[in-house]
Design a protein around this ligand. Structure first.
Ligand code: NAD
Length: 314
């Protein structure tokens, strides 16, 4: 990766990934693009709606890109509110990004998700290769996306790579409408109000990861020796699996007065129930050395410290 083109770069992942890539490869070597203007402008930025394939091609060519990181998408809970719009954005944007990458011969990365699994997938230690029959529009998009990326690799020799991200937790940019957002929100509310009402029911386990590990995984996978990759699209990766009461207990260790209650949202609960309890990351570990530094305990210490600085001390 030397000249990196990023779509949806102002979102939860992109806002931090662009900074990391600029630190590693140089500020001017990463072009950030999004459909909206950034709050503060640092480094190269262009407005780009990913449904505009012509502009995407022109910007990537002008920038002399060698790598394409496609992040623009509608996430699971938001996609359920407007499935047709989600299909058009998620599949149309991906198709444009793959076509631009094929025409310019760019290394390609786009994230899949644990949402690519469904209720008939084995729930515990979910294998890398297994049944994928998701029941959400987001999941349908992610499975189709994984297959499309494999197709471009097999058919055109495009260097496509991807991971199935679990819920990502970060103190920098708020999440964009996923089912696992509660695991970010809970830290904000613990500090601001001392209490949290969870829309996910007690006992609902989902895979999660702290953002620094997710960003490192993208870099490690993109830098990995391609000849060692058997899977490409898309690797299971997870750092931890927990249910709401466990994260609440961990927060209570630092804020003893913290209280959590439940007011379950049936839409997001149904999505959560269709996803695995915990996935098996062994293919990513074996093929490109995936590792995670943060477990629930270590992440909670860091989240509370960083959010305290952000929210209380300004
Ligand atoms: P996000 O919702 O925080 O950010 C998406 C960005 O895309 C936003 O900045 C938005 O302005 C932009 N966007 C929306 N429509 C656009 C369009 N038409 N053209 C260009 N940009 C547009 O999402 P995120 O959490 O950063 O997720 C990025 C990718 O990672 C997605 O593919 C998502 O499915 C995947 N993923 C995320 C998570 C997670 O927990 N955050 C987990 C699994 C997979």
């Amino acid at each position: 990766m030397k000249r990196i083109f990023v779509t949806g770069a102002l979102g939860q992942i992109g806002s931090e990934l662009v900074d990391k890539l600029r630190n590693l490869y140089g500020e001017d070597n990463v072009l950030s693009t999004d459909i909206r203007e950034p709050n503060d402008m640092s480094g190269p930025f262009e407005i780009l709606d990913v449904s505009d394939g012509k502009k995407m091609y022109e910007l990537a060519k002008q920038f002399n890109a060698d790598t394409f990181i496609h992040l623009a998408a509608l996430l699971s809970a938001t996609a359920e509110k407007n499935p047709l719009f989600a299909w058009n954005l998620n599949m149309g944007g991906l198709m444009n990004a793959l076509e631009v990458s094929r025409e310019l011969n760019l290394q390609f990365f786009t994230p899949s998700s644990i949402g690519a699994f469904g209720p008939t997938t084995p729930k515990d230690n979910t294998p890398q290769d297994t049944l994928q029959r998701p029941t959400t529009m987001y999941g349908v998009n992610k499975v189709a996306g994984e297959l499309l990326c494999d197709y471009y690799n097999v058919r055109y020799g495009l260097d496509t790579r991807s991971v199935r991200f679990p819920g990502l937790i970060s103190y920098v940019t708020p999440p964009g409408g996923g089912t696992t957002d509660y695991a970010v929100d809970i830290y904000y509310k613990a500090i601001e109000n001392g209490q949290y009402t969870s829309y996910i029911a007690e006992g609902t386990y989902m895979d999660m990861m702290y953002m620094p590990d997710a960003l490192q995984a993208v870099v490690d996978l993109m830098e990995a020796d391609g000849s060692k990759l058997k899977h490409r699209n898309a690797f299971n990766i997870s750092a931890m699996s927990f249910e709401p009461a466990q994260i609440a207990r961990e927060i209570k260790k630092h804020i003893p007065t913290f209280e959590m209650s439940y007011d379950v949202d049936p839409v997001r609960q149904k999505i959560a129930d269709s996803w695995p309890n915990s996935i098996d990351s062994s293919a990513a570990i074996e093929e490109w050395g995936f590792k995670a530094e943060y477990d629930l305990e270590k992440m909670t210490v860091d989240m509370l410290e960083k959010l305290n600085q952000k929210l209380i001390k300004g």
